[in-house]
Write a protein that binds this ligand. Structure first.
Ligand code: TYD
Ligand code: MG
Length: 456
């Protein structure tokens, strides 16, 4: 008698498993995220040993002192900025996910890594392109004499078998969505397949010590397709972003088991691949001599490194009844909050105005220190008054219009001084003890005081 294939339901947001479908995931509370997937029947002795009986893996707990740390030496990937984001190179046996929208340059970046570090024997597995295509790209990037092997395969079992016999120094898999395992029945790219593929690669990486770079596409909403569960499995998640039209790309770490997150590196896409931009502030700061209205420079901190960039705003009378508010690279709700603060605490009537906000270079920012520059850019556009080009800002704006101090303000001041800024506006509560030469630190307590100091 044929038995009905057993299925379970997974939440695509958090990976929670449930025997029946539910409209709302009980674990993360998201709606409409449960998808059906076939259950893989447990085979062999693992199933028998699952309950009761002796554990079969032969492993036992180790005392902290007994753990072998010797292989923790990091592997340099030949690109300084990528090494820095990883926390000083790649840890042997780690699984790194590089996520990004199609066409952003994930394949280019991951192919450039083996080309730049000639000494690493690399297995580059591609399920998206033919060996010829990859070869042509490698030639274009100027390094087809490197120690890199291209393997066109999509069955993950075969990939791992090949890797086990080849024992490369580095393995790259492009992309997780094209790989599949024949132990489960669903189509490549489905939640179950992605989970199984990532788990198989993680097992391989941990057991062999070979570091693995896994590429994953991102959906329109900005999530790694096939989804959060992948982020839980891997050790490091790097996100590759930027405007497709522009040539700058930003690589940021959003999870790192071996280093800090919120580090960020900037690359420029050129005719011969990605070029590292070692000094991103210089690229994100305006080139125009005479200041234009509607721009202000913010001193942000990305992870540990100060970064200065331009905030642009356009304020104009609303053509339609309701004013439009639009923010690129900045939280729209926060923009609304800042506009409300300007309205209520400083008496600017912006409710009948359209406000558009943009962060330079396709940057996406979440550092609250950018608030002050946002407010100044909006006011500058509103008054059509250009802020001098040698002024920058670092401060958070509170609900009552007060300007609050931000973390590591001295480092921001130092970076601003290094780039030739003459004045930096900070909160009056900020402690700046070391003052670099040539820059004046202007302390302001609230929005009215800021307006007085800057626009009068
Ligand atoms: P790709 O790495 O294929 O993107 P992904 O793997 O993320 O989908 O990069 C695609 C884009 O990069 C493509 O539009 C062409 C551009 N590109 C260059 O501008 N210069 C180059 O040297 C290369 C290899 C690609
Ligand atoms: Mg690609």
């Amino acid at each position: 008698m044929a038995t009905k294939a057993k299925t379970v339901f997974y939440c695509t947001s958090c990976g929670n498993e449930s025997p029946k479908w539910m409209g709302r995931c009980p674990a993360c509370g998201e709606w409409n995220t449960m998808v059906e997937a076939p259950v893989e029947p447990k085979k062999g002795p693992a199933a028998a040993g699952a309950h009761g009986g002796a554990p079969r893996s032969g492993r036992r707990p180790q005392h902290l002192r007994e753990i072998d740390y010797s292989q923790e030496a990091r592997i340099s990937l030949g690109m300084g900025e990528v090494d820095r984001i990883l926390g000083g190179g790649m840890v042997p046996g780690s699984l790194v996910l590089i996520g990004g929208e199609p066409g952003i340059g994930k394949s280019t970046l991951s192919l450039q890594i083996p080309l730049m570090c000639n000494n690493l024997r690399t297995l580059y597995v591609t399920g998206e392109e033919s060996a010829r295509q990859v070869g042509m790209r490698a030639r274009r990037l100027g390094g087809d004499d490197s120690n890199c092997f291209i393997f066109c395969e999509t069955l993950i079992g075969a990939v791992i078998e090949e890797a086990e016999s080849m024992k490369p120094d580095l393995m790259i898999v492009d992309s997780v969505q094209t790989m599949y395992t024949d132990t489960v029945e669903s189509a490549p790219g489905s939640v179950t397949q992605i989970r199984e593929v990532a788990a198989a690669l993680l097992r391989f990486a941990k057991e062999s010590g070979v570091p693995v770079i896994l590429i994953g596409h991102i959906t329109k909403d900005g999530f790694i397709a096939g989804p959060k569960i992948l982020e839980h499995i891997v050790d490091v998640v790097l996100q590759f972003e930027g405007e497709n039209r522009g040539s700058y790309r930003i690589l940021r770490s959003i999870k790192n088991r071996f280093g800090s997150t919120s580090e960020l590196a900037v690359f420029e896409m050129t005719g011969t691949g990605l070029r590292e931009v070692a000094n991103p502030s210089e690229m994100l700061i305006p080139m125009h001599e005479q200041g234009l209205s509607g721009t202000a420079v913010a001193a942000m901190l990305d992870g540990t490194r100060p970064l200065l960039f331009e905030v642009q705003a356009l304020v104009s009378s609303a053509v339609y009844g309701t004013a439009q508010r639009s923010a690129t690279g900045f939280d729209a709700r926060r923009l609304n909050m800042l506009l409300a603060v300007l309205e209520k605490r400083a008496g600017f009537h912006l409710s009948a105005k359209d406000v558009f906000l943009n962060m330079a270079g396709g940057l996406r920012v979440s550092d609250p220190a950018v608030d002050l520059a946002v407010i100044c850019a909006v006011l500058s556009s509103n008054f059509d008054f250009a802020i001098p080009s040698d002024v920058c800002f670092a401060g958070e704006v509170g609900l009552s219009g007060e300007i609050r101090p931000v973390g590591q303000v001295e480092r921001r001041v130092q970076e601003a001084a290094r780039l030739g800024f003459k004045r930096i506006f900070v909160s009056s509560f900020a402690k700046v003890e070391v003052k670099p030469e040539g820059i004046r630190v202007v302390k302001v307590a609230d929005v009215p005081a800021l307006v007085k100091a800057l626009f009068k």
